[in-house]
Design a protein around this ligand. Structure first.
Ligand code: AP5
Ligand code: ZN
Length: 213
């Protein structure tokens, strides 16, 4: 099964995608993670996108479509989870074409809906394990008292350069201007499923499982 997780910054896309990878062997394709990796490893493309990402604006369609194209030709495992892609109608059209070219189909688009007020608290409280990428939150999923990652035992945690209120406002604006039209697009294709992303993580996970099974 190939699915899209769609929702504003902080909706919980990455958190739920990691669970699906662990429990179902699906493959997470997060364009945000791919871009951060390019930035951290200092590639030319990484250098070009760093400032745009730090401001919370979208990088060009061309760059992210190129990243996804490479992955679709690779191993499909238990299915792809598109996390943070597509984010524009042009990206959605490109994904349709790429799936057709590689003989694959898109099975569902799951919207994680969360109110804007909650997103600010989610984003400003987030940290991730520098070693394995496990996602934590100061209040809802704190780093254990012994300072060790529950997943890998790592002891270094980091916060993202774009997880501040100014960048978040731009990320939200980009979401409403360019990404939210995708909700109508996939609704019209009869593919949109809505999940209450404000519910506790385990409940969100169960709602997604009910759609997949
Ligand atoms: P990206 O990395 O995709 O960031 P985002 O969409 O802003 O999403 P986040 O990763 O911030 O949130 P999430 O929904 O994964 O939430 P999480 O699970 O971490 O993109 C970053 C940038 O890259 C973009 O701004 C753009 O510049 C560029 N980019 C990426 N893709 C692009 C594309 N396709 N086109 C153009 N540009 C692109 O959860 C958040 C927090 O909440 C965590 O602390 C978590 O522990 C907590 N939490 C999660 N679920 C719950 C719950 N149910 N209850 C309580 N707390 C919860
Ligand atoms: Zn870890």
């Amino acid at each position: 099964m190939n699915i899209i997780l769609l929702g504003p910054p902080g909706a919980g896309k990455g958190t739920q995608a990691r669970t699906l990878v662990e429990e179902r062997g699906m493959i997470q394709l997060s364009t945000g993670d791919m871009l951060r990796e390019a930035k951290d490893s200092g590639t030319e493309m990484g250098k070009r996108v760093a400032d745009v990402m730090a401001r919370g604006e979208l990088v060009t369609d061309e760059i992210v479509i190129g990243l996804i194209r490479e992955k679709l030709e690779g191993e499909n495992g238990g299915g792809f989870i598109f996390d943070g892609f597509p984010r524009t109608l042009a990206q959605a059209d490109a994904l349709d074409a790429l799936m057709a070219e590689t003989g694959q189909t898109l099975d569902a688009v799951i919207e994680l809906s969360v109110e804007d007020d909650a997103l600010v608290a989610r984003i400003t409280g987030r940290s991730t394990c520098a070693n394995c990428g496990e996602v934590y939150h100061d209040v809802t999923k704190p780093i254990p008292a012994d300072g060790k990652c529950t997943n890998c035992g790592g002891t270094e945690f980091k916060r993202r350069a774009d997880d501040n209120e100014d960048a978040l406002k731009n990320r939200l604006m980009e979401y409403y201007k360019k990404t939210s039209p995708l909700l109508g697009f996939y609704y019209a294709k009869d593919m949109l499923k809505r999940v209450d992303g404000l519910a506790p993580m385990a409940e969100v996970k169960a709602s997604i499982a009910a759609i997949l099974d």
